[in-house]
Design a protein around this ligand. Structure first.
Ligand code: NI
Length: 185
């Protein structure tokens, strides 16, 4: 239910670490709010913004809107070239529940923490209950990188960033050094 023609979409300014909006717990939406033209427009703009900056996910507070909306997509992404694809998904008012105790550590970055990468432990498998952009109920299981992206965005909606989840900062580094010293190690 995209009500905005593509030409009218906008690339939004991304909030960076230190902006208080990233540390606030976001607000859930009513069906009426979700289906309103401004919210549908926001979702279109979030998708556009995520694609523009080669993100695999974006939460609404990353574009200064403290609402429980996240978008994700893993396609041919130069920031994550080796990852399995995930179709474009809009999550509204999501609930994320770990399935099992299994934890996996892998690299993450964040558009709100530019140029850095670090290894973050995440549940390997999670269940997601959410609305889609039309308010239709979704209930699905995500594994591996898909589960990782969802947990990263879920954290954003709860005022957390991936740095909060790192066991220590020994792997934290800049993208250029990551590519040079870690990528093929
Ligand atoms: Ni992020």
């Amino acid at each position: 239910m995209s009500v905005v023609p593509k030409s009218a979409m906008a690339i939004l300014k991304v909030s960076r670490l230190g902006h208080p909006v990233l540390r606030r717990v976001t607000q859930p939406l009513s069906l009426e709010q979700l289906r309103s033209a401004p919210t549908q427009r926001l979702i279109d703009d979030m998708i556009e913004t995520m694609k523009e900056y080669d993100g695999v996910g974006l939460a609404a507070d990353q574009v200064h809107e403290s609402q429980q909306i996240a978008v994700l997509e893993v396609a041919d992404n130069p920031r994550y070239p080796d990852k399995p694809k995930v179709p474009l998904t809009v999550l509204v008012n999501p609930r994320v529940t770990p399935l099992g105790e299994e934890i996996e550590e892998d690299w993450e970055g964040c558009l709100s923490i530019p140029d850095l990468r670090g290894r973050v432990p995440r549940y390997k498998s999670v269940r997601i209950q959410a609305w889609d952009r039309d308010g239709k109920e979704m209930d699905f299981v995500a594994k591996d990188f898909h589960a990782r992206v969802i947990q990263h965005e879920w954290d954003h909606l709860n005022g957390k960033v991936y740095l909060d989840r790192m066991r220590d900062f020994s792997t934290l580094g800049f993208l250029q050094e990551f590519a040079r010293y870690w990528l093929n190690a």
